[in-house]
Design a protein around this ligand. Sequence first.
Ligand SMILES: [Zn+2]
Length: 481
Amino acid sequence: MKYSLVASLILQGSLVLGTRDLQPVHFKAPSALHFRDIVRNDTYDFGCRPIAHPTEDGQFTLHALLTESQIAHLTEEYEDTDLSIHRPSEKRAAAATAPIGSGDRFSGGTIAPIGLGTKASGSTISSILNVKEISSAVQGLVSTYGVTTLNLPYKTFNGATQFAAYVGAGTDKSQYHLYLSAGVHARERGGPDNLIYWISDLLAASKAGSGLTYGKKTYTNAQVKSVLAAGIVFFPLVNPDGVTYDQSSGSLWRKNRNTKSGSSGDSIGVDINRNFDFLWNFKKYFDPSEAPASTSPSSETFYGTAAASEPETKNHVSIYDSFPKIRWFMDIHSAAGDILYSWGDDDDQTTSTTMNFLNSAYDGKRGPVGDSAYKEYIPSVDLTNIKTAATAAVNAMKAVGGRSYITQQAVGLYPTSGASDDYSFSRFWAKSGVNKVYGYTMEFGYSTNFYPTLTEFNQNILDTNAGFMDWALAAISVGLT
Ligand SMILES: [Zn+2]
């Protein structure tokens, strides 16, 4: 056995046993405001971003991953209040998670992946794509259907070359209007799979002259062809270093693996989804009571050393420059069960054009939801348009028949800074001469359930793929230019 392999096995063992013993829990309270103090503590891990979800019994839940000592502390802190802390059912806690593929099921890119929408009803995919398979799967699409790949300019901290791919609208990059990315947060397993299998379905159905079926939701061949013709750019694995690490350690790793700000344990890595150039320097732009990101390297929301300091962020941004007519963007995350639309830094408002993220008069005031000190400007026509596509997508996801999804403004009750969706929409105002992009975050799957069971993994593919279809069809209907 080689030394490096021995070392990596020792590393894996110590991680599983030790430093990241996080337990999924959820808080329950009569209002989402009850969670504000908890959410403002940037040492707690709220998953992709903290979102309070309404429950059927009129309460609200907030999901988190906490250590036993954090759970004990909060249990004591909130004793005798109407905020309660709950653990998942024993059945859920004991459920086996979907395996990661071993080897390369696409044989070095000579075999194309086949999605669930073009397979017989009830078919399943047996494991999650490993990092090598994600690129091999895309190569399989290249060799089978003529998808084109594009190497991105920056190498990751661990030296990986990143790629995006584009399909449907020929060689002219100004004909591409839809952009989807996945795999930003390493532990959100199945994100790249959802995207790759959907692209595979579009190509297979287009070629065969057939439609697509996701559970109870069906699409015609004409719809498939129109979605492809919109021109799709996809960046299926934004965080390969993080995913490589997460898949080998099972440590619920979220960030990238940059050691510039910290070289051990949780201090490694930057949260790519707090690193984008949108109100990145949150200490300056936000009300001091808010924690839209963190300056602490050991936090799950560590914002990095500068706006777009990370190669993954730079590569993500480079795609807008390569494809200047991208009009619609979706970042695929888990796990919550919603689609989030602009803005994420504060409440939306449609009346005051000067109350906006570029206006320094509002520095130090952004973030608190429900107050009038600051709300983010969004033209009413844009708000209508972005809601239209979000609603279409969640309706399609519900129509699959698996579970319910909701749409929500990204801010929910708690702001974020430096996120990919806000960055995409902000470009139009922050940079001259660029296209307006409507940006979304999809959070598939069940709350904080980053490692789905095999059944859930397959359901997530069906749900998201129908969501992508109706999101794209709504985008076409609203307009691509
Ligand atoms: Zn996420």
